[in-house]
Design a protein around this ligand. Sequence first.
Ligand code: R5P
Length: 299
Amino acid sequence: MIVLALPGAAALAADLAGRLACPWSQLATHRFPDGESLVRIDAPVQDRCVVLVGSLDHPDGKTLPLLFAADAARELGAERVGLVAPYLAYMRQDMRFHPGEAVTSRSYARLLSGALDFLVTVDPHLHRWHALGDIYSIRTQAVAAAPAIARWLRDQVPQPLLVGPDAESAQWIAHVAHLCSSPWTVMEKTRSGDREVRVAFAPDNDWTGRTPVLLDDVVSTGGTMVAAVRAIAAAGLGPPVCVATHALLDDEALDALRDAGATRFVSCDSVPHSSNAIALGPLLADAVRALARPSTSSR
Ligand code: R5P
């Protein structure tokens, strides 16, 4: 096996290769003046299982180099080519919300499935799709971040009350709450635009003495979490600790979250971010070990 780091993923690749006891190399890339990309594999890949590594936040600029790298690896004799993308893009466009729209979760899945033999990711946004296998035709593993998040909470937060900002977050909230033996609840979210989000929260119990922990899979503009932090304050609970599996937010959104009253914002290291506090490396390495074995079924 050899691990190849996609642009920006050297730390993740080095960590993973260390855990898998295999070599790693950085994919060399160059952007020509006309905007086209060159990718070059500088390590021997013949007869090896090649594991491309890199999160797919800001995916449009990352996807073509990824596809070129997968193709080059095959032409150079790789036995199998897989991808470890802790954050998997385009999962939230899982229906035609307006007439004529592309269902990009499905289109993106077709694109990656045509280039790869396997895919490892972390808590993909499965809402209307129930499993990656609904849209991906290759071997996939969706690693749950819950054990890592629960471990962090047990160390850092006394008496947590897990709160999710919307109905679809129940799947992650319930898992983490179970591992922490903590109560949990979810809010009701209405989104009317990219940054326009409302949440309704009516706590169904007296949570005195509990520390609210707001948990979401993706934080992008931060609009959902800011609205949820305000709803927690309005409900008379204490200031929350905020946790994201995939932190896509910029500094402005981080400030907005603090201004709204969040005491802390921490994230898993699926996407490099100043808030990273929860390591996913051990879980990813286990998943790669399981999936990178040769399959008896054909692709
Ligand atoms: C969608 O339902 C996701 O779980 C997140 O709640 C959403 O992507 C957060 O986006 P934003 O930070 O832009 O509100």
